[in-house]
Design a protein around this ligand. Structure first.
Ligand code: FES
Length: 102
């Protein structure tokens, strides 16, 4: 079973913002929302745009390329043209560090 590994300092992810990280060969985006840190695959499943460059409205992420929408809590597709959801990752905060389980 995978262990949690340190991804970032929580201060690096302001509330209401997203930030992209590269870790273990993966591109991961973290959204900071009301003290929660939601981590998910950072590349859109439609045509591979970076999701960290998209727009966050509550828990809904809109890809800036063609407007696909995803629920960042579950990775589920909310709107086309994407048809495949995003993998999400478990996170936890320890002190000032955000940890993630890949
Ligand atoms: S690449 Fe994201 S909607 Fe097309």
């Amino acid at each position: 079973m995978a262990d949690f590994i340190t991804l970032a300092k929580i201060n690096d992810i302001p509330d209401g913002k997203m930030k992209e990280f590269r870790l273990a060969g993966k591109v991961i985006t973290v959204a900071g929302i009301d003290g929660e840190y939601l981590a998910f695959d950072g590349i859109c499943t439609h045509e591979h745009c970076s999701l960290a460059g998209g727009f966050l409205d509550g828990f809904t992420l809109t890809c800036y390329c063609h407007g696909a929408q995803f629920d960042v809590t579950s990775g589920q597709v909310l709107g086309p043209p994407a048809t495949e959801g995003l993998k999400t990752y478990e996170t936890k905060v320890e002190g000032d560090e955000l940890k993630i389980k890949l």
